[in-house]
Design a protein around this ligand. Structure first.
Ligand SMILES: Nc1ncnc2c1ncn2[C@@H]1O[C@H](COP(=O)(O)OP(=O)(O)O)[C@@H](O)[C@H]1O
Ligand SMILES: [Mg+2]
Length: 219
């Protein structure tokens, strides 16, 4: 069986790619899936996270894919790919070729919204997207509710379209939460932290997980 391949992507740094990648990896590992976390960023945030991961936590196979070939262990079910900032052109095309699903985290800030607008325009021109070989979705990340900029990001993401006026799905809003920092420090996902303390964040992840589990996220 072919592994499910999910790429977390945005040319902007600091928008939550590694946070999303590690939390997705932790989520699926906890569901008993055989997960590979492939880190394409030479900064190695996902790789560092795996190094901090406790031995008794659900296993995740890490690959430092920026410096070694991405070989999947037999029977890998899910591949989560973390990507570097500044990605474009041929490097972007090469990453897209490995993915069937792309998740784009975006922060509520004017600079991040403008950068995302350019990046989405760039993505629309890629062959994989034009040929419907990947499915994309956006996620608002680190959102403080009831702020003007949160509403602006919401409005922006609600209106993004791909070529031939297909809607670019906007699938989840993740709040700004210390839980991501606490979990990251320990090499865990929020799904491996005390349920009561992380209930709201898990709830916010759910529409993303539902989309990833549905046929809509596959080409
Ligand atoms: N929803 C969130 N709430 C609070 N902090 C967050 C959230 N998402 C990301 N962060 C923090 O923001 C910083 C940048 O996130 P990171 O995932 O490393 O971004 P990227 O990989 O895109 O550069 C990190 O310190 C991370 O812990
Ligand atoms: Mg990162």
């Amino acid at each position: 069986m072919m592994a499910r391949t999910i790429l977390v992507l945005n040319a902007k740094g600091g928008c939550g790619k590694s946070t999303l990648a590690t939390n997705l990896a932790g989520y699926y590992a906890n569901r008993g899936k055989r997960v590979v976390l492939a880190d394409f960023d030479p900064q190695g945030s996902s790789t560092d996270w795996l190094e901090a991961r406790p031995e008794q936590a659900a296993p995740i196979h890490g690959v430092a894919a920026w410096r070694e070939p991405l070989r999947l262990p037999r029977e890998t079910e899910i591949v989560i790919m973390d990507s570097p900032a500044g990605i474009h052109g041929r490097d972007l095309a090469a990453l897209l070729r490995r993915a069937e699903t792309v998740v784009i985290p975006i922060l509520p800030s004017p600079i991040d919204i403008r950068a995302a607008s350019h990046f989405i325009d760039h993505l629309k021109e890629t062959r994989r997207v034009i040929n419907h070989q990947v499915r994309l979705a956006t996620v608002a990340n680190r959102v403080r509710e009831h702020t003007l900029i949160a509403a602006e990001l919401d409005d922006f993401l609600d209106h993004q379209r791909l070529a031939d006026s297909r809607k670019l799905p906007f699938v989840a809003v993740l709040r700004a939460s210390q839980n991501y920092l606490r979990a990251a420090r320990r090499g865990l996902s929020i799904f491996e932290m005390a349920p009561a303390a992380t209930a709201i964040d898990r709830e916010h992840f759910r529409p993303l997980l539902r989309w990833l589990g549905s046929a809509r996220s596959r080409p």
